[in-house]
Design a protein around this ligand. Structure first.
Ligand SMILES: Cc1ncc(COP(=O)(O)O)c(C=O)c1O
Length: 450
């Protein structure tokens, strides 16, 4: 643990040590591991994988009573950007959705002059995915331009990228679906050639690589989520990652009320000119702490969240390995039933870090996706759909201003035929064997929900 504990009296330190020691014993008693039980099978689709170190860190941060972002947040932001992405800056926020909103909003800053995103500008994205990859585009009065997704990578289909381009195109914002990198080669070249911003939603993709490099390094911003379903968790949480110092400052401003000042919580006069600057028509020397250069939000996280993030980060490599192992076992185990189920495919040149196992129930085969989902549910196996399916068929999007380029056949196929299964580290070989057994049973005997 690289953070320095805050100073206390000796008696307080001794009590803290006792509490932390007790908490380890408490964890062992309160949260024993539950091995897979065939008599009462339960295969969740995702879940937190916590241990005593996470509880100790949470208590350490609580005992500080600092509450807002503090020593753990600072340590996490430094470690996360460097260790995971090999980049300079990360900013902790309170969710992956907040990370997307902050990253996109930063690109609307008037300080970017004619490169800023403005109302009416077009942003290319995918029709299938999580809503809050697309929502910041709409929330900032820009226009999403939807491309279809490819089956079975479930990533943006790049074959019509050039067709999607218009004089108003300013950016591409898209997610690496379920941990499978999108075609970063094509999209990176396209953005460079046409001078477009790229925001990579990496919420589901920690550990995924493209051409051997971690995803999130091509775009101006990468974003992540630390909700319990994700590769590491803080309960709620997210991060915005960038290599660009100026962009970091802009994102920080939008995260922190739109303020111009960048002092850390509890600090003042970091710039050394707190009472000596001219801003707009404010009186000279107006306290920099209360100068606002953006229409911002407050999307900060707490030190308790960051503390769990620190101990989770220590385990990230193991979590990724477990996800890949579970994915590989499901993939190999479905080799003989490919006429019934279509297995997912990694995007060329990529090594995914799977969030889940997307499985298509072939529409020309003997089973129906909805029956498969219900039988799995009745037999204790949880599933999810590929988030919003075809986003344009969701009620909230009925009246949004948008363009569609080409057809959305892949999005409709995904909406109608695909489900995803869990691969998270809380699942062991026995869980995966059971899932394979039930899928084979349906392939042979049909899916008959009760
Ligand atoms: C691709 C993607 N982006 C964004 C989010 C939003 O993250 P959060 O739930 O932390 O707001 C999710 C959530 O699962 C996601 O899958």
């Amino acid at each position: 643990m690289s953070t320095e504990p805050v100073t206390h009296t000796t008696a307080a330190d001794a009590l803290r040590a006792e509490i932390l020691d007790l908490s380890r014993r408490y964890f062992a008693e309160a949260f024993p591991e539950h091995p897979f039980d065939r008599a009462n099978p339960r295969v969740p689709v995702s879940g937190k994988k916590l241990d005593a170190d996470d509880l100790v860190n949470l208590l350490e941060a609580s005992l500080d009573l600092w509450l807002t972002a503090g020593r753990y947040a600072e340590a996490f932001e430094k470690r996360f950007a460097k260790e995971v992405f090999g980049l300079r800056h990360s900013l902790l926020v309170n969710s992956g959705s907040a990370a997307n909103l902050v990253a996109f909003s930063a690109l609307t800053s008037p300080t970017l002059n004619d490169r800023r995103l403005q109302p009416g500008d077009e942003v290319i994205t995918a029709a299938t995915g999580f809503p809050t990859t697309v929502n910041p585009i709409i929330q900032n009065q820009c226009v999403p331009v939807f491309l279809d997704v490819d089956v079975p990578t479930y990533n943006i289909d790049t074959s019509r990228l050039e067709e999607a381009l218009s004089p108003r195109t300013k950016a591409v914002m898209v997610a690496h679906t379920l941990g499978n990198p999108f075609d970063l080669g094509t999209i990176g070249d396209f953005c460079r050639e046409h001078d477009l911003w790229l925001v990579e939603d990496c919420c589901d993709a920690l550990g995924a690589t493209y051409d051997g490099e971690h995803v999130g390094r091509t775009g101006m911003f990468a974003t992540t989520s630390f909700y319990p379903a994700h590769h590491i968790t803080m309960g709620e949480g997210g991060a915005v990652i960038t290599n660009n110092g100026r962009m970091k400052t802009l994102a920080e401003s939008f995260r922190d009320w739109g303020r111009d000042c960048w002092c850390a919580p509890g600090k003042e006069n970091t710039c050394g000119k707190r009472f000596g600057q001219q801003f707009g028509t404010l009186p000279f020397g107006y306290d920099h702490k209360y100068v606002y250069s953006h229409i911002g939000y407050n999307l900060k996280a707490t030190d308790m969240q960051a503390a769990i993030g620190m101990s989770q980060l220590d385990k990230l490599d193991g979590f990724i390995a477990a996800r890949k192992h579970n994915f590989a076992r499901l993939y190999a185990g479905l080799e003989d039933v490919q006429d019934v189920y279509l297995r997912p495919e990694a995007t060329p040149r990529s090594d995914p870090s799977w969030f889940g196992f997307p499985l298509a129930v072939r529409p020309d085969g003997p089973l129906e996706r909805n029956d498969v989902v219900r039988v799995l549910d009745q037999r204790g196996i949880a599933t999810r759909l590929v988030f919003a399916g075809n986003l344009l068929r969701q009620p909230a999007y009925a009246d949004i201003e948008h363009r569609v380029v080409g057809t959305l056949e892949g999005a409709d196929y995904t909406m109608n035929n695909v489900l995803w299964l869990g691969v998270f580290p809380g699942l062991g070989d026995a869980h995966i064997d059971y899932v394979l057994e039930v899928l084979h049973d349906m392939a042979r005997n049909g899916a008959h929900p009760e």
